[in-house]
Every structure is written in structure tokens, then in C-alpha cells.
Design a protein around this ligand. Sequence first.
Ligand code: HEC
Length: 127
Amino acid sequence: MYKKKLFRLALTSLLATTALTASGAVDEDFMRNVEDTFKSADAAIGIKDAKTATADAKELEKLFKEVADHYVKKGDAEDGVKMSQKSIDLSARIVTTVAAKDFDSAAAASAELGRTCKACHNVYKQD
Ligand code: HEC
């Protein structure tokens, strides 16, 4: 009985989290996922692991599309939309350069993406 309740509680909170992500909320958990994926992609480019770099960069594209949605919906956040769009473009550039085995260009795109993270945080992240 107790176990069943606990299971239902876990399921409810899981569904709540999914709903939050689907609405494009840019919060701490979401951004920690962005950070993990970015670090993984960057490391993979460094060791020329095309498979991991491509998978991560594609995931980043998706995540930044959600970030862009978030700022579009928020309204009056032109810079947020622009920087998310730039992040989507850079993630896509990682995918294409890695596909061409041009890891130098992929590393450059990744470094620029890293600067874009900071640029957005300077404007939109409090603390
Ligand atoms: C278009 C804007 C934007 C871009 C681009 C962006 N972020 Fe963020 N990020 C935010 C905002 C807003 C927060 C604050 C979220 C909050 O605390 O609710 C944040 C918070 C964070 C945090 C702190 C989470 C915590 O524990 O409080 C990390 C880490 C982070 N971002 C990593 C990244 C990385 C890595 C990138 C680039 C690959 C990136 N972000 C790109 C807007 C952005």
C-alpha cells in the first residue's frame, strides 16, 4: 500500500517535470542539462569522437530551440531570441563540420558557443 503511494508520487512528479520542459522553461535543471551536453560535445570534439560530438550537438540544437521558444513566448526579449538562435546555428555548425571531419572548425564553433552561453548569462541570468 505504502509502496504504491510512493510510486504514484514519483510518477506524478515525473510528469510534472516533463510538462515543465515541454513548455520551454529555462530553469536550473534545464540549463544543467545544457551544460553537461555542451561539455560532453566539447570533449568529444577534442578527442575526435565524431559519433558522440554529433549526438551531443544535435541534442544542443534541440535544447536551444526550446530556449528560443522560451524567449519568443516571454516577449520583449529580442537579445534572448537572438542568442538562442546563434546557439542553434553554432550547434548545427558543429554537426556539419564534424561530418566533414573538420575538427578544428568544430572546436572553433564550440568555443564560440561557449562565449554565447556567457553573453546570454550576462543579460538574463541573475546572481
Ligand atoms: C539565450 C540565453 C542563454 C543561453 C544561450 C545559455 N544560457 Fe545558461 N542560463 C540562462 C538563464 C536565463 C539561466 C538562469 C536560469 C535559472 O536559474 O532559472 C541560465 C543558467 C545556467 C546555468 C546555471 C544553472 C544553475 O545551477 O543555477 C548553467 C550551468 C548554464 N546556464 C549553462 C549554460 C551553457 C553551458 C550554455 C551554452 C552552451 C548556456 N547556459 C547558454 C540563459 C542562457
